[in-house]
Write a protein that binds this ligand. Structure first.
Ligand code: ADP
Ligand code: MG
Length: 360
């Protein structure tokens, strides 16, 4: 377990066009912290992990792992992967197909010649930790996807490395298994903390697992903090969109009225003093209401007229897809997620084709 320090890390790829994959990234990871890196495809998550592991050579910057300087562009330091004490768990489990589970898990101990750990039952102990001690003599082909992923997890943890890197390790599992392995991983880290960087593009994974989460865009970190803080106080629109505020209303104040997407917004106060009369509102589908009429808006609530395009039944909730009711071919969709048993959030009769007010 170790503190990790990344300073001004730069990694670019030649090519047409050249890419700056990691752009002067600064990141401090505390001892025992489970840091989640969240961002869209192509924002540089994998490259950041590969730089940490020594699989890519950065152009400049520095990386310190515990008290070991593993990369420093100025001083020409660049330790090879085998000199860095790092465990890795990837999306493709990458188990050796010809080796039993036991041999797969033991592999990092063998290759690092950690004979004491090997002889003291570390393999069995780690297998038990991820609930696969009964699978030790099987081959990977004889395991389910979830079991293979647990073995990969055990292999990443077995040597008690300074740092464990996870690159979207759950994304190949089906939804139920993903939730289960995610819960197991969380429980494991609570019981036996290890320093981890966990990459995902799934916000629910990031919220559930992270001690802190860092939102990445174009090779940089735009916000970092405890999941609750990032979720509730996104610093900008990009982060807001990435943490579930999927509805976007660009509002404009014209001739004494507010408009968004070409439709009037009811119930919104005029801009205070000389402040500019335009800004963007981001709304969570879980937070909005649907009412039949503007007269049903509560005190302090604003609303916009919408057309209900579709209603999807989701068991505990309804997903109501609406569009702003303007005569315009480029209609913007808005999404309301309404608990099935909460009639204060929408009339029971909400149905496809209805004209309603989306309240916020
Ligand atoms: P993520 O994991 O967030 O999806 P990556 O780190 O894989 O993103 O990629 C970041 C950027 O670097 C992307 O634009 C990608 O196309 C580019 N990139 C990654 N690896 C290479 C490579 N080996 N050669 C050229 N460009 C690459
Ligand atoms: Mg990736």
């Amino acid at each position: 377990m170790s503190h990790v320090s990344i300073r001004q890390l730069l990694k670019n790829f030649d090519g047409k066009p050249p890419t700056v994959a990691v752009d002067h990234l600064d990141l401090e990871i505390e001892d025992g912290e489970f840091l989640v890196l969240l961002g869209p495809s192509g924002c540089g998550k994998t490259t950041t992990l590969r730089c940490l592991a020594g699989l890519e050579q950065p152009a400049s910057g520095s990386i310190t792992l515990g008290d070991q300087l593993v990369f420093d562009g100025d001083r020409g330091v660049n330790l090879t992967p085998d000199k860095r004490f790092i465990g890795m768990v990837f999306q493709s489990y990458a188990l050796w197909p010809h080796m039993t589970v036991r041999k797969n898990i033991a592999y990092p101990l063998k290759s690092r010649k950690l004979t004491d750990a090997l002889n003291s039952g570390r393999v069995e102990e780690t297998a038990a930790l991820v609930d696969c001690e009964r699978l030790l003599d099987r081959l990977p082909a004889e395991l389910s996807g979830g079991q293979q992923q647990r073995v990969a997890l055990a292999r990443g943890l077995v040597s008690h490395p300074d740092l464990v890197l996870f690159d979207e390790p759950l994304s190949n599992l089906d939804a139920r298994l993903r939730d289960q392995v995610r819960a197991e991983l969380h429980d494991l880290h609570q019981r036996k903390p290890f320093t981890a960087v966990f990459v995902t593009h799934d916000q629910s994974e990031a919220l559930a697992l992270g001690t802190r989460m860092a939102i990445m865009r174009a090779g940089q970190i735009v916000q970092i903090g405890p999941p609750r803080e990032v979720f509730e106080e996104p610093v900008d629109e990009y982060v807001a969109g990435f943490t579930g505020m999927s509805n976007r209303l660009p509002c404009e104040y014209v001739d004494g009225r507010w408009y968004a997407l070409g439709a009037e917004i009811f119930g919104m106060q005029p801009p205070a003093g000389a402040s500019v009369g335009s800004f963007v509102i981001r709304l969570r589908p879980e937070k909005v209401r649907l009412v039949a009429d503007a007269a049903d808006l509560r005190h302090g609530e604003a609303g916009i007229a919408v057309h209900v395009d579709d209603v999807e039944y989701g068991g505990l909730h309804l997903d109501v897809m609406c569009s702003v009711a303007v005569e315009d071919s480029a209609r913007r969709q808005l999404h309301a997620r309404i608990p099935t048993h909460d009639s204060s959030r929408a009339p029971r009769t909400v149905s496809r084709g209805a004209a309603m007010i989306l309240a916020f």
